[in-house]
Design a protein around this ligand. Structure first.
Ligand code: AHR
Length: 497
């Protein structure tokens, strides 16, 4: 296998919005209770937040975290989660058929987000609720003082407003599984009117309207067009959600699924631009891929026994090939950095997550933690257009899948260029030659590799170091060219200075 790549600092795609490396924590499974909040854990602080989890998340450098749902938000009364904890109500939670103790709510989550250095991407309930509760929540969170809701926040011990900047107008409102699901017209009107009221309370906020729950929905595309037709002027982003898996055990096809993500982003951007044209608008709508990941257990039902508190749910164990898929998805997001400004790997801890914990016990990092870690830490700056050439293959659902998936990011401030590359070939290594002509004098910092002879290898509590990256990749720089060997089925990060 031989492949080539050409990059030049003058050929750019876009600045990377740091929020591309966002994530998501929902009141679902053991994400909140047992994940971030575990008062009985030896590392818990005085607020019950596990510090081992804080450290693992801080290392990921996650700039924004979506909260509190997800499907959960569509039945959530935010008032249940504020005020003295001893007075909070336990409620039946209808999205996941659990009991929500409300020990963690908006203020506690804001405190925790500060610990990990993240902003909060707050979601409002447009399932069972509407304009009034949404504008009250903005007033409670963001208004300094002197009004009923802002003074209530102060009385709850939070003198300073949270100043949440990014807000989601509901969640997956097209999905029949959603509490209070809506038609596109119903949702488009509600999103528009809610957006107006929320921005009248705080004009500095940015709003994300719900796109389809996935491109597989029968209403996909028509939903986006109708919703935007009704709300274009008052919203700032449209959401995309997508999950993939290898449940048919066809790895070449699975690793090609980033081509589907690529097409999905193209399609949604085109729909936004169609509405822009139709409205003769000057505004270009940006995209928020605020749920994406590999999800094996997707579609499995809710907890068998109803009304438990935080039962384990969707605790997928990720393999080496899942990490390669996540790497391909991250590269795809970077290719679209001109349009996709926010992304949320869904989710962050214990629920389809890169980080796993045992309630009261160990924490370990899944295979998928590592490509995200690398992209988030080294993929900041400007994405460069990459002219890539490699052999291709056909799979069950895709034709002309390049064996090489690659992109590069130039961080001018640090004077560093990083090449992210996945070799999709499952049997053969690849010789990669990268023409870095405008970075002619660059030298190699390191070549990180995530590889394994076993595509199904996983990290577990008892074997947490089974699949971890190493810095011994084979790369050299000579005469304005990087010559690298990419092992079969590997994720590579070639860092130059
Ligand atoms: O991330 C898990 C669930 O997937 C979310 O609650 C929902 O929005 C999506 O269907």
């Amino acid at each position: 296998q031989k492949s080539t790549m050409l990059i030049d600092k003058n050929f750019t795609v876009s600045e990377v919005d740091p929020r591309l490396y966002g994530s998501f924590i929902e009141h679902l499974g053991r994400a909140v209770y047992g994940g971030i909040y575990d008062p009985g854990h030896p590392t818990a602080d005085e607020n019950g937040f596990r510090q081992d989890a804080v450290e693992a998340i801080k290392a990921l450098n996650v700039p924004i975290i979506r909260y509190p749902g997800g499907n959960f938000v569509s039945g959530y009364n935010w008032e249940d989660g504020v005020g003295p904890i001893s007075e909070r109500k336990r409620k039946l939670e209808l999205a996941w058929w659990t009991t929500e103790p409300n020990a963690i709510g908006t203020n506690e989550f804001a405190d925790w987000a500060k610990l990990v250095g993240s902003e909060v991407m707050m979601a409002v309930n447009l399932g069972t609720r509407g304009i009034d509760e949404a504008r009250n929540l903005v007033e409670y969170c963001n208004h300094p003082s002197g009004s009923y809701w802002s003074d209530m926040r102060i009385s709850h011990g939070y003198r300073e407003p949270h100043r949440f900047k990014t807000w989601c107008l509901g969640n997956e409102m097209d999905g029949p599984w959603q509490i209070g699901a809506k038609t596109a017209v119903e949702y488009g009107r509600l999103a528009n009117e809610t957006a107006k009221a929320m921005k009248w309370v705080d004009p500095s906020i940015e709003l994300v309207a719900c796109g389809s729950s996935s491109s597989g929905m029968s209403t996909f595309a028509e939903w986006e067009a109708t919703v935007l037709d009704l709300s274009y002027d008052n919203v700032d982003y449209l959401s995309l959600h997508t999950y993939y898996n290898n449940n048919h055990n066809d790895t070449p096809n699975f690793l090609a699924k980033s081509l589907d993500l690529d097409q999905f982003i193209h399609s949604v951007a085109s729909i936004c631009d169609y509405i822009k044209a139709k409205k003769r608008s000057k505004k270009t709508l940006m995209l928020s891929l605020d749920e994406w990941n590999v999800w094996h257990s997707i579609g499995s039902s809710r907890a068998e026994e109803r009304w438990q508190v935080a039962p384990p749910e969707f605790e997928d164990v990720y393999t080496h090939e899942d990490a390669l898929a996540v790497g391909c998805f991250l590269i795809t997001l970077l290719k679209h950095a001109d349009r996709v400004k926010m992304g949320c790997i869904a989710q962050l801890i214990n629920v389809i997550a890169p980080i796993m914990t045992e309630t009261g016990g160990a924490l370990w990092l899944q295979t998928t933690y590592y490509p995200f870690l690398h992209a988030s830490n080294y993929g900041r700056g400007t994405v460069l257009q990459a002219v890539v050439s490699s052999d291709k293959y056909d799979s069950k659902d895709f034709t002309d899948v390049p064996y090489l998936e690659a992109i590069s990011v130039y961080n001018e401030e640090q004077g560093q260029v990083t090449i992210f590359a996945v070799n999709r070939h499952l049997e053969e290594k690849m010789e990669l030659s990268v023409d870095i002509r405008s970075f002619g004098n660059a030298t190699l910092i390191e070549h990180l590799v995530l590889e394994s002879d076993d595509l199904k290898a996983v990290n577990t509590k008892s074997n947490p170091q089974n699949v971890v990256p190493h810095a011994g990749g084979q790369s050299s720089v000579e005469n304005g060219k990087v010559q690298a060997i990419l092992s079969k089925a590997s994720w590579n990060v070639i860092r130059l200075q």
